[in-house]
Design a protein around this ligand. Structure first.
Ligand code: SF4
Length: 181
């Protein structure tokens, strides 16, 4: 998404978030049944497929000429834009942030490849998330638990979810009273 920290220019010049390597396949966009049905109607002549994921659907990625790289079928490489802005999957709306499961905790983490978020320190990102999209991300994750993915090594955790609070990530895990997974 373009936001005060991820400007349109940065976003457009990168677009790595629409291209996936082997470790990122579980980040392929996930959509609701209604959105899937709309997309099937809107793109009847394209090779677009979805695989079930709980109560939602994961968009099947297309292989690219580059080995071990896949691309979202809704990515337009000519314009470097998403073709489904009107039905954009939640994970893409919230990018470069994710709601993740980590050691029994629900956390908000940030991409290791987005040039905008990697350029900012944790304090700035935490401040932005707490007054910005963080609470909405948690509400949507609770409504659609299938969009929550497992944390992977190297992904920077910023916040932990405790009830309605978003607290700075406590690496020691001492604050955790358990679990929302
Ligand atoms: S749905 Fe749009 S923003 Fe999301 S990965 Fe596909 S092209 Fe990119």
């Amino acid at each position: 998404m373009t936001t005060p920290i991820v400007t349109f220019e940065i976003c457009r010049s990168c677009r790595k978030c629409c291209i996936f390597n082997e470790q990122e396949l579980d980040e392929a966009p996930v959509i609701t049944t209604d959105a899937k049905n709309c997309l099937m109607e809107q793109f009847p002549n394209e090779e677009i497929a979805f695989e079930p994921l709980g109560r939602m659907w994961r968009i099947v990625l297309h292989p690219t000429p580059v080995e071990h790289r896949w691309v979202c079928p809704f990515y337009d490489s000519q314009t470097a834009r998403c073709r489904i802005q009107h039905l954009k999957p939640l994970g893409c709306v919230f990018y470069p942030f994710y709601v993740m499961r980590y050691q029994g905790r629900l956390v908000i983490a940030t991409s290791r490849i987005c040039p905008a978020s990697t350029a900012l320190d944790t304090t700035a990102l935490v401040a932005y998330l707490r007054v910005g999209p963080g609470p909405l991300m948690v509400r949507e994750a609770r409504k659609h638990p299938d969009i929550v993915i497992d944390h992977r090594e190297g992904i920077r955790i910023l916040l932990e979810v405790h009830g309605d609070d978003l607290l700075p990530y406590d690496e020691s895990g001492e604050r955790s009273s358990g679990c929302e997974s």
